[in-house]
Design a protein around this ligand. Sequence first.
Ligand SMILES: [Zn+2]
Length: 246
Amino acid sequence: MTSTLPNDNIKSFDEQITNKLISEIIRDRIKSKGTRFSANDNIADFINPGELKVLEKEVASRIKDLLKSLVIDVDNDHNTQETAERVSKMYLNEVFKGRYHEQPKVTSFPNDKNLDEIYTVGPITVRSACSHHLVPILGECWIGIKPGSKVIGLSKFARVADWVFSRPHIQEEAVMILADEIEKLCEPKGLGIIVKAQHYCMKWRGVKEPNTSMINSVVRGDFRHDISLKQEFFELVRQQSSNNNY
Ligand SMILES: [Zn+2]
């Protein structure tokens, strides 16, 4: 039987594909599972192989419409002729890749030697964008670990931080999400994270304060309960702090 009836439920899969934008198809999949898809959520599990390329085209066409609404002559202005395609690629594969791409592979190892001394890694450069204006947040991050049952390589902290921060965020939530991911990967007995960042929505627009930064932290497990351990964490980070400006 051919699907001639005007009912979406009996349309073939291909018909549904051709009638819907890829963003709608992905959104429907997420909604059918009852999963959240806020700006700082990763949605890679709902994107099938090859679909990111299709999404890239859809986003480019929307950005082109945005440029037209801004009354920019995209047909004749040689500077903006391919801006829509560039911005689409930049969002999906660079600055917001942490939404659309899988987490980088991180292998964990059993903590056979029962290491239990704390260590810190940092500064790790973090780059994000505020969810409110989509302008950059640039800063540094320090991660402190009291090892638990598993350990991961030092460079992996930087990879996971980059993946988590490469999404539209507010800084307070970014730190919590990073803490959740690190807990999943190495189940530490204690975890501390500090982020110091400059927000371009304060530097470039709004109040235009060029030197203001925001620092926030999260401490979990033994770092939360043991005051001396928490102090040791903050002291180690103080020694690692750099004076980089963004
Ligand atoms: Zn903002």
